[in-house]
Design a protein around this ligand. Structure first.
Ligand SMILES: Nc1ncnc2c1ncn2[C@@H]1O[C@H](COP(=O)(O)OP(=O)(O)OP(=O)(O)O)[C@@H](O)[C@H]1O
Ligand SMILES: Nc1ncnc2c1ncn2[C@@H]1O[C@H](COP(=O)(O)OP(=O)(O)OP(=O)(O)O)[C@@H](O)[C@H]1O
Ligand SMILES: [Mg+2]
Ligand SMILES: [Mg+2]
Lengths: 254, 254
């Protein structure tokens, strides 16, 4: 089993879109995948079709052990793709965890419970909120690696060094095995000079950590969530679907 | 003097870009403007040309009263446009404020100090981080109104009701005068069906709160921060500059 935190404190860079569609591509290739929605916005839950009525127990309950695993893990419309959903309740988790002795380890402990491991997931993908708060730290402590979506924009590049510092300090203090799974360029428009420049900069500084696969900016990808589906089911032949399948293959080969 | 919090917990919707360029448009029209960077990413500081060397005192010091106003307020390259910059130090502010009795009022108290009010700003724009944490609550308690950038995307619309609930609870508990300045559509591409739909939905639910002005998606706007300038100075005649000037006019007329 591999647990991957999809993280970047810069907002709107494609974390949720990557967690949903990489999850769908891995499950399409036969793997059993769990997406943990760790963002109070609950976008991954929405994008995977979990209506509000099915969110009576959420990732908040997972963290604080207040619900059974059997009630937490929900099916999505995609075979072999499961979700632990989130609601805005999660936004108080940060402050609620502060007093807890194992505050950075709550998610790690929760995901290692017997009831969860015996479900036999091949991958757990954690969709992180746009911040380096206790929720994101929990994800990095629980994970084997961090997948970093990077938008080909100037502000997105600026935040990368801060993110790397945080990964390094989590590795030093709580999770020595934590590595960087890779950097995936998202919403890429090859005709745009700035995008080319950011991509080149990322390769210069991060080398092989940057996936060969690049996710293009396409309307179909941004339309899919309004139909509560991954783009792989919304429009299987689209450029976005092809790119996320390529990312899944590249990830499995690393 | 009018203090406006530029806020939306959804990431990447154009908060920073709006704070910078609306600030520049207001100062171009003769107003004296202060941009307070309340985001640990420090993107507004970068976009206004404040290099790291000039960030020895930051918004963190403003909140905790550990620096003189004269040292905090920095000039930008744009006449009448000033900045209190931010660094990643700000990311510990949330936890550092928890124990403080007036934790939600720290920014409000800081901005009402005599040393600051006598500088005679016509507008203070607060660039908020992508979350509804204590920093954003501080901004809403300090502000007269909230300006909400709304990206014409499905996930962006989903978060709006949560944002409105937060504004309502801040109004009930701490700042009865807080109102909504308006909703500004950002990164708008009129050819895109989803964008048209989101815009129509926003107008249906929010009516006149939605500004007439719409900010188009244009490459020049996203290039400007890499030259540490607002788009109004980077490319004064561009569609983005024209749109932000129109937004400034519409704001002043309300
Ligand atoms: N390849 C793509 N092409 C077009 N649109 C995209 C693409 N990837 C993501 N988007 C859109 O861009 C917006 C931001 O993406 P997303 O919400 O996944 O980012 P995020 O990093 O999870 O945001 P947040 O920081 O708020 O959690 C969404 O509206 C999404 O639909
Ligand atoms: N009108 C526009 N046209 C093209 N690109 C834009 C436009 N407005 C913003 N952008 C770009 O989109 C990205 C997101 O914008 P910005 O960083 O201002 O959003 P934000 O809401 O402040 O993000 P965060 O949630 O991380 O604070 C940036 O790279 C910015 O340059
Ligand atoms: Mg997200
Ligand atoms: Mg910002």
């Amino acid at each position: 089993m591999k647990c991957i935190a999809v993280a970047n404190q810069k907002g709107g860079v494609g974390k949720t879109t990557t967690a949903i569609n990489l999850g769908a591509a891995l499950s399409e290739s036969g793997k059993k995948v769990l997406v943990v929605d760790l963002d109070p916005q609950g976008n991954a839950s929405t994008g995977l079709g979990i209506e509000m009525a099915r969110r009576s127990v959420t990732t908040y309950d997972l963290l604080f052990g207040s619900a059974a695993i059997g009630d937490l893990v929900q099916t999505s419309d995609t075979e072999r793709l499961f979700v632990i959903p989130a609601t805005s309740d999660l936004s108080s988790a940060d402050l609620d965890m502060v007093g807890h002795q194992r505050r950075s380890f709550l998610l790690r402990d929760a995901l290692r419970q017997r009831e969860l491991t015996r479900l036999g997931f091949d991958y757990i993908l954690i969709d992180c909120p746009p911040s380096l708060n206790l929720l994101t730290v929990n994800a990095m402590v629980a994970a084997d690696s961090v997948l970093v979506p990077l938008q080909s924009e100037f502000f997105a590049l600026e935040g990368l060094s801060q993110l790397m510092l945080t990964i390094r300090s989590v590795r030093a203090e709580a999770n020595p095995a934590l590595r960087i799974e890779g950097i995936i360029m998202t919403m890429y428009d090859g005709r745009n000079r700035l995008a080319q420049q950011v991509h080149a900069d990322a390769r210069d500084t991060l080398g092989d950590l940057v996936f060969e696969t690049v996710i293009p900016r396409t309307v179909r990808v941004s339309e899919a969530p309004s139909y509560s589906q991954p783009v792989l089911s919304y429009d299987s032949g689209s450029k976005g679907s092809i790119a996320y399948r390529a990312l899944a293959r590249e990830l499995e080969q690393r």
